[in-house]
Design a protein around this ligand. Sequence first.
Ligand SMILES: Cc1cc2nc3c(=O)[nH]c(=O)nc-3n(C[C@H](O)[C@H](O)[C@H](O)COP(=O)(O)OP(=O)(O)OC[C@H]3O[C@@H](n4cnc5c(N)ncnc54)[C@H](O)[C@@H]3O)c2cc1C
Length: 589
Amino acid sequence: MVSERASGWDEEVDLLIFGAGAAGMTAALIAHHEGLKVLVCEKTEAVGGITSTSGGTTWVPGTQLSIDAGVPDSVDDARRFLQSVVGDRGGDEAREAFLQSGPLAIDELQRISDVRFVAAAAHPDYVTGPGAAFGGRALAPVPFDASVLGKDLARVRPPRKEFLGLGGMMVNRSDLNALLFPFASVGNFKRTVSVVGRYFLDRLRFPRGTQLVMGNALAARLFYSLRKRGVNVRFEAPLIELVRENGRVTGAVVGSKNGASTRIGARLGVVLATGGVTRHPALRKQLFPAGAEPLSLSPDTHTGDGVGSALKIDARLENGGDSPGLWMPCSIRRSRDGNDSVWPHIILDRAKPGLIAVNRRGERFVNESNSYHDFVMGMLRDAGNGTSVPAHLIVDAAFLRDYGLGLLMPGRSRARIAEFERSGYLVKGATLAELAKKLDVDATGLARTVDTYNRHAAVGKDPAFGRGSGPMSRFNGDPAQKPNPCVRPLGDGPYYAVTVWPADLACSAGLAGTANGEVLDAHGAVISGLFACGNDLASIFRGTYPGPGTTLGPAIVFGWRIAKFVAGKDIGNPVAEPARQHAWVHDTP
Ligand SMILES: Cc1cc2nc3c(=O)[nH]c(=O)nc-3n(C[C@H](O)[C@H](O)[C@H](O)COP(=O)(O)OP(=O)(O)OC[C@H]3O[C@@H](n4cnc5c(N)ncnc54)[C@H](O)[C@@H]3O)c2cc1C
């Protein structure tokens, strides 16, 4: 720890971190492990941010976990892969730093904390290319028994309500199948009894179930690890403004619940990890395409404070390369009380055989089994004509029964289907013409599209868009459907549709930074003492979406790199000297 120094601060620490998501909490854990005095200031009353509502999948190539899972991955393969996906869009040095540090960061995080991942043996990269992996790169947080948090469970932001069963129960992909079809097998029945039984027991003592999975498990594991170490996490303590003296960021003004503000000094640096610009009112308007502007999956409190405050001291914003946002197509079930449900169509329906997505012309416009990000990029590409935003996912009755659609889970009763129709979420047409009319879609175009699609689908082909041609689509398809797990013809009516809009799941645009997360100014020089990670830092993938965990991987790795760099550790930094040296200069009277 650096020695105390008299100043005008109300309080002084070594590293002052804003935002308790994956990025900020990782930086805090590692910095504390390195012996620094750390303070995490969180704007809301809970940790977790978008991280806690996410899938939690973390894309880090070449880890020991991939070897443990029997699918050894290599950084060299990942480098070739990223070269083919990201190409010459820039940021090579930071990407290289990510590749080299990734395995070390994951290894250390697991060693010094309660964070645990497991590499999925099968979870393919989202695009094909040299060096693409079928498994081993996507790390899933190990489920977490959050009863150990006691009353602090209330300090972990809950998942999206749409992802909770019985009002507070989390389930992962494997449990979901058992819960949807509890009587399909003895195994399913036993699993259902165990999951639901545990949940009801939990509810006797806790505000929600304590078996946390996915991003909620990751956020809770990070928080629990901080608590165990006694790292100070201050709630309802938003960043208000950065303090810069003689060109160096030396601290910040921090708000509080009662409206009073404090000046907190940061001897080694201030880290911005406030979750990005997705709800920054001006930047959202400025950066996001019109078709994607209205809907965001981030919490209302993500108003871009970190990036906004850095821009005030002349930091440079990068527009995110191919896309300022990273997207998911979402359907919305309106509710009379205004408590709408927004459903991101991530993996459950789009790649299944017998679904097509059409625009207002009744035409398909993209490979529906692409990743959620690439699906929306397809919507936005066409949005110049105002025709693919919104888009409609169209299926037949057999599809609805077998796979469900959006919020409507598979195998639901007629009464349940009718309820979704009445709410306006699900649109039904006895014929394609009737469906087209209800959706305000060109009926002739839709009839032609289904005719063409069905002709090829009968032999398992999709020459127009190549559904089922890549490993990722096939993985999310239905292996029972032969010869193509993503293609089967639409049968006779009735037909059903839900309407989808683009929503951001994260941003690619963010602060320009070095390979150590140091924020750059408008002239490309380092702003001494200021760091950014997570969505506050521009994405190293430049608006592309290479694989599952594209944002959490870099969030964790750059959180780790910042902490190491600030602590003066050699992390193979190709350019800059350790920040501690700057701090010593600053601290010397
Ligand atoms: C449904 C869904 C699924 C997703 N699944 C995945 C996935 O599986 N893998 C993946 O890589 N990505 C996924 N994402 C995206 C991913 O969740 C985010 O990109 C990632 O969690 C961002 O982490 P972060 O630490 O930058 O921000 P966050 O986790 O959002 O944390 C930021 C924190 O900063 C706080 N904050 C905001 N303003 C201030 C302020 N002024 N002062 C102090 N604190 C402040 C916030 O309250 C928040 O707690 C998903 C997103 C969604 C919506």
